[in-house]
Design a protein around this ligand. Structure first.
Ligand code: NG1
Ligand code: ZN
Length: 550
């Protein structure tokens, strides 16, 4: 009874804006930050219920990632640090759109019953809250707290300003019972980075590798946090630009999304940086791309996107596995077979997929959205996934990690200092450095830097792993984007019937042509992607398929 009146009373303080429908998409809820109050309050309620249900800490992040500064959003992190289970998404939608407090209460009571969530007031729940640097973040975080507090027994812990992956990492660590503060995050990253650097083979020609990396912080939280991390790093010279402190606007002409989509240098980068290794984070630091400036006149760049970061990681991991399993005719030879899986989406450049397959790697595809990629990657001993836009990570299965630990201990006794031992230690260091909860630009950056040093590769050498096929992405505004239904990891249109045939006919006209359309999960549009052997051909293919969509 007390719970009912508390929920009714608290909900009534955050009425929903008229005429807006909220939907929990691949990016959580997102919209103009000023109309998100009711949604964030309700996400707080949801997070508290999720914590009671799972018996673990849950994360709630206030961010709109790479979107403009006045947008905002809210996302829930599950106990393992991953995205909210898909099973709860319909409930999230229903909660966000309940027209009044009574409807909301009815929904909560009904759902709690179905899911066996006790609401008797004796249960406990913990929700960890984080936000990025947006102006509406602070008040939305307060609103989320009120939503959490509307469930009796739930405790809200304000972790302050964080990158999205930091919050996910903290939730994961807390639930695993390992050290879980923001400081612990920096400590673990810098320690494992150091370990990888210390194990660089002496015969590597280091002359080619510039110790300096220039980083575009998107005028967001990432730059600020990278400055913190930097204080604990040795052997790497990081220069952060667009840290947001010099008046630049979040995601405005800066950031990984801008750099990847526009293929130009972000503001405060230019011809003086030609030849230098540059990286760009997005507004909440869960995406990372690299680039180097090509031309003094037009800010054009050579973009090194998520596909190429993925390829670099895949080459490195594969090499370590093969060193680990190399039989040097020693007595203790025991191989540790590992299933290594590479996960991409249809947006992956065709040249990257060809390259990875040529390397003998197993490549699989899922629909767009981290939740699909992550889940697929988790089926392997080591799964590496990336979206072309720079979001991705490497995940290790618990079973494989414990075998690897055991193997490393064994080797440290019988073959300490051998290449096989070093390979085991390197793989363990990667598992500590890379954020296994979710894609993380800061940990990704350190791993890229460590691998480039290990390989002795300049950014140009890295870029030459393969040449991207020219591509074009277009957005089409349509009356109802959900009229387009796809199958086969979004590579095939099944509705409207007959459309795929027309796309195929168009695509067949172009050498190396590939084209697909899909409804966006975050914007009210249909996206068209086309690839072909020349830029002109890719543009023409995208345009003619766009005509078919109207
Ligand atoms: P949609 O709008 O569904 O295409 C975009 C990105 C995804 C993912 C989500 C979440 C592209 C083509 N799509 O999704 O990769 O990052 O946003 O932020 O980049
Ligand atoms: Zn982001």
């Amino acid at each position: 009874e007390k719970q009912r009146s508390l929920l009714l009373e608290s909900t009534s303080r955050f009425p929903i804006p008229p005429g807006v429908r909220f939907s929990y998409g691949t990016a959580g809820f997102r919209s103009d930050g000023l109309i998100l109050g009711s949604t964030v309050f309700r996400a707080g309620v949801l997070a508290a219920l999720r914590s009671i249900k799972t018996g673990h800490a849950i994360g709630l992040m206030i961010t709109a990632s790479h979107n403009p500064i006045f947008d905002n959003g809210v996302k829930i992190a599950d106990p393992d640090g991953g995205m909210l289970t898909q099973k709860w998404e319909p409930f999230a939608d229903a909660l966000a759109n309940a027209p009044d407090p009574q409807h909301l209460l009815d929904l909560v009571v009904q759902f709690a019953e179905e899911e066996n969530i006790p609401l008797c007031g004796t249960q406990s729940a913990e929700v960890l809250l984080g936000r990025d640097t947006r102006p509406t973040g602070e008040s939305l975080l307060e609103t989320a707290k009120q939503g959490i507090n509307a469930i009796i027994g739930a405790v809200a812990v304000d972790m302050g300003i964080l990158t999205t992956p930091q919050l996910h990492w903290i939730v994961r660590s807390r639930n695993k019972g390992t050290k879980a503060s923001e400081f612990d995050y920096y400590a673990q990253l810098s320690k494992s980075f150091r370990c990888l650097i210390d194990l660089i083979p002496e015969n590597i020609v280091k002359s080619e590798v510039d110790p300096k990396v220039l980083v575009d912080g998107a005028n967001g939280v990432g730059g600020e946090k990278l400055e913190e991390l930097k204080k604990m790093l040795k052997g790497l010279d990081i220069e952060v630009r667009n840290s947001g402190k010099k008046g630049g606007v979040l995601n405005d002409g800066v950031g990984a999304d801008y750099v990847q989509k526009e293929k130009v240098a972000p503001s405060s980068f230019g011809s003086i940086d030609m030849g230098l290794r540059c990286a760009s984070l997005d507004g909440d630091a869960d995406r990372l791309v690299y680039f180097h400036v090509l031309s003094a006149s037009d800010n054009s760049i050579d973009l090194i996107d998520g596909d190429k970061i993925l390829s670099l990681f895949a080459v490195f991991i594969k090499e370590q596995l093969s060193i680990l399993n190399r039989n040097e005719n020693d007595d203790v030879f025991n191989s540790l077979p590992a299933r290594l899986g590479i996960v991409q989406t249809a947006y992956a450049n065709g040249a990257s997929t060809d390259y990875l397959k040529q390397m003998g790697l197993e490549v699989v595809f899922t629909p767009t959205g981290v939740k699909y990629l992550h889940k697929k990657a988790a089926e392997y001993d080591i799964g590496i996934y990336f979206e072309a836009n720079g979001h991705g990570t490497i995940i290790f299965s618990e079973e494989f990690l414990s075998l690897l630990h055991a193997r490393s201990d064994e080797l440290s006794v019988s073959m300490a200092g051998s290449e096989r031992h070093k390979a085991a230690v390197r793989l363990l260091a990667v598992s500590q450095l890379i954020n296994q909860a979710v894609g993380d630009a800061l940990s990704g950056l350190l791993l890229v830097e460590a691998v480039l040093s290990y390989m002795g590769w300049s950014i140009v050498r890295w870029s030459q792993l393969y040449a991207d096929l020219p591509s074009r992405q277009l957005k089409v505004k349509v009356a109802d984007r959900n009229a387009v239904v796809t199958a086969n990891a979004e590579t095939e249109v099944v509705q409207p019937v007959g459309l795929q045939k027309l796309i195929d006919t168009e695509t067949a006209k172009y050498p190396r042509g590939r084209c697909f359309i899909r409804p966006s999960g975050t914007e009210d549009i249909v996206r068209v992607y086309a690839e072909a052997s020349t830029q002109e051909a890719a543009d023409r293919l995208a345009n003619s398929v766009m005509q078919l969509v109207y």
